[in-house]
Write a protein that binds this ligand. Structure first.
Ligand SMILES: *[C@@H]1O[C@H](CO)[C@@H](O)[C@H](O)[C@H]1NC(C)=O
Ligand SMILES: *[C@@H]1O[C@H](CO)[C@@H](O)[C@H](O)[C@H]1NC(C)=O
Ligand SMILES: *[C@@H]1O[C@H](CO)[C@@H](O)[C@H](O)[C@H]1NC(C)=O
Ligand SMILES: *[C@@H]1O[C@H](CO)[C@@H](O)[C@H](O)[C@H]1NC(C)=O
Ligand SMILES: *[C@@H]1O[C@H](CO)[C@@H](O)[C@H](O)[C@H]1NC(C)=O
Length: 373
């Protein structure tokens, strides 16, 4: 979510990384010529940031094969996001994990369309990449917003500017479709930013979704309008669905396609809150990652992306979940543009094929924090 804040495929080189939880300061690497098919595989698509690396560490710590990280435009533009992914991998000696670039623009949305929508329907507290351009803020360390999507703001790399580069042999969407064909039924698609790349993969390859193992999405809030008006602007921010709203059309494609399973971490992603005590507890072990978390994660926001990752890695952390059919509002003229609408089976639309999603409503917060730590 979003907010204030070679592989030569023909030669099948897969990289596995094992993270030894007992030795948190080191990340032993192990490279194999073939994949370990008993390990869950995941492609993590996100709007990566200086302190946004916990989801891939959760997966590595659980012994998952992280096939790749992919970048999307969400909090900031795609290219800046990819560089944050590369930089945060580098500081942990994890550059064996490749990074692939997603799409710079959402399918239809642009900063000017989004800002015009806001003029009519009201302001989103966190506008992510669509916040008006402010070059003096960028010079002071903000990620780039609006303007040219290809520009990079070096001042924002509090984690260090990367010395590695993305794998440009294919796009994020191409990587996703290739990997599910290589490992049918085995690859989880984790999407914690806008859903542009997932939608592009769906359109590139009609079998993409059914060949994946599952998709896990951060975003998809429901019934939060009252919260948005009865609290502070920060409360409204925490309850707004920026991931889906950056690219509503992609969200609709990704959430209504035949993945064998779709897990949605919406409201539940607000249940595990960052606190100073918890950040201090993490920092009892000193390494580049705990330093960044301690310095930059902050205590204003919940562990959104980490909660979605936790539910993917250990579904037993879900204490309550429900299943229903969802659509995404793609009417630009609607105040709910980019928000989900839910249906029970008896009442769902006839003219379009919606999917039942696993909508988690309650998470074991202590268990999630143990995993994050
Ligand atoms: C594959 O991974 C599983 C789970 O981590 C492990 O138990 C098994 O020994 C591994 N097999 C090989 C051949 O590495
Ligand atoms: C890249 O290398 C430079 C020079 O050694 C270093 O200062 C910087 O921190 C490195 N970047 C990362 C992300 O580690
Ligand atoms: C990365 O590797 C360097 C050189 O081997 C080592 O000094 C450093 O501690 C490693 N970093 C981490 C986070 O393991
Ligand atoms: C641009 O950013 C600077 C530095 O953060 C801030 O002082 C200024 O108010 C911003 N301008 C606008 C129009 O928001
Ligand atoms: C699970 O959530 C549903 C819907 O909010 C609620 O009706 C039900 O009581 C909850 N079950 C438990 C065990 O908390």
């Amino acid at each position: 979510m979003v907010w204030f804040t070679e592989l030569v495929y023909t030669s099948v080189v897969l990289v596995s990384v094992a993270y030894a939880a007992a030795v948190p300061a080191t990340f032993p690497k192990e490279t194999r010529a073939t994949s370990n098919t008993t390990k869950p595989k995941v492609i993590l698509d996100n709007d990566w940031s200086p302190a946004g690396f916990i989801p891939y560490l959760q997966a590595l710590s659980a012994g998952w094969d992280v096939l790749a990280l992919t970048s999307n435009t969400g909090n900031t533009w795609n290219r800046q996001v990819a560089l944050h992914a590369l930089a945060t991998l580098e500081i942990g000696n994890l550059s064996c994990i490749p990074v692939y670039l997603g799409s710079d623009y959402p399918l239809l949305n642009t900063p000017s369309l989004f800002q015009a929508w806001e003029d009519v329907h009201g302001v989103l507290p966190w506008q992510g990449a669509f916040k008006p351009e402010n070059l003096s803020a960028e010079a002071l360390g903000s990620d780039p917003t609006s303007g040219n999507p290809r520009r990079i703001s070096r001042a924002a790399f509090t984690e260090g500017y990367p010395n590695t580069t993305a794998d440009t042999s294919m796009s994020a969407a191409g990587l996703m479709t290739d990997m599910v064909r290589k490992h049918p039924g085995e690859v989880s698609i984790y999407a914690a930013g806008a859903l542009t790349n997932v939608a592009l993969a769906v359109r590139l390859d009609p079998d993409f979704a059914s060949l994946a193992k599952e998709s896990v999405v951060m975003g998809g809030y429901i019934d939060v309008n009252l919260l948005e008006v009865t609290g502070s602007v920060l409360q409204a921010d925490i309850s707004s669905d920026t991931n889906l709203m950056i690219d509503p059309e992609a969200a609709k494609i990704a959430l209504t396609v035949a993945f064998p399973s779709i897990t949605v971490a919406g409201n539940v992603a607000n249940q595990v809150m960052s606190t100073q005590d918890f950040l201090d507890e993490i920092f009892e072990v000193k390494n580049p990652y705990t330093e960044l978390i301690h310095k930059y994660y902050g205590t204003e926001f919940p562990f959104w992306d980490e909660t979605a990752a936790a539910l993917m890695i250990d579904p037993s952390l879900a204490l309550n979940a429900t299943s229903f059919y969802i659509d995404v509002d793609t009417s630009y003229a609607s105040p709910s543009y980019g928000n989900i609408h839910a249906y029970q089976e008896a009442l769902m639309p006839r003219a379009q094929q919606l999917r039942a999603v696993n909508y988690v409503t309650e998470i074991d917060s202590a268990g999630s924090k143990r995993m994050i730590k």
